[in-house]
Design a protein around this ligand. Structure first.
Ligand code: XMP
Ligand code: MG
Length: 184
């Protein structure tokens, strides 16, 4: 059954299914235009980017490839440190290829900064970033994000791939998590 009512742990819905769908369609069209000559390998960052990858990839009218990485950022609680470990590496070679990283959210930007330099060291033709969401702190790190879905306020969000303690990833919208759920 589709999920029609906001989850009780959600304070408010920030982006509903239609808003996400429409924005990803715009980004997909832009990406198809930009990469018409040489289609990219989309690199999804597990697990949060699963929904964005699935929906964005279907809006790109090109012969794209899809690959995945899983990384874990050492850090305390919800803050990332920029020290990253690869849990699952790409299954293919990206030498000489256009790579488009697909991310759910950029917060401090430290994870992406590390990922960018890691992928660049493998000799790709280009590496760009597509992220569904960006929080204000991302402005402090100098990384160029070519495709951004939405700039959102500095609140903890869940749904559409994003989790709190591995829950809520399957919510079809992006919502702000009730403070009472993560504060005691
Ligand atoms: P950076 O390195 O940009 O980290 O600080 C980005 C990663 O942090 C997680 N993150 C969130 N996850 N709701 C989530 O479910 C959020 O509001 C949130 N903010 C950051 C996420 O894993 C992202 O890849
Ligand atoms: Mg993530």
């Amino acid at each position: 059954m589709p999920q029609t009512h906001p989850h009780p742990d959600v304070d408010r819905v920030l982006l509903d299914e239609q808003q996400i769908r429409e924005r990803l369609a715009e980004l997909g069209e832009q990406i198809a235009e930009d990469y018409a000559d040489e289609p990219p390998i989309l690199v999804g960052v597990l697990k949060g980017a699963v929904m964005v990858m699935a929906d964005l990839a279907r809006q790109i009218d090109l012969k794209v490839e899809m690959d995945w990485m899983a990384v874990s950022s050492y850090g305390s609680g919800t803050k990332s440190s920029g020290v990253v470990r690869i849990l699952k590496d790409l299954s293919g070679d990206i030498t000489g290829r256009n790579v488009l990283i697909v991310e759910d959210i950029i917060d401090s930007g430290l994870t992406l900064k590390w990922l960018l330099s890691n992928l660049r060291s493998r000799g790709p033709k280009s590496v760009e970033i597509a992220a569904l969401l960006r929080k204000p702190d991302a402005a402090r790190v100098d990384i160029d994000v070519k495709y951004i879905g939405f700039d959102i306020p500095n609140e903890f969000v869940i749904g559409y791939g994003l989790d709190f303690a591995e829950n809520y990833r399957n919510l079809p919208y992006v919502g702000v998590l009730l403070r009472s759920i993560y504060e005691d």
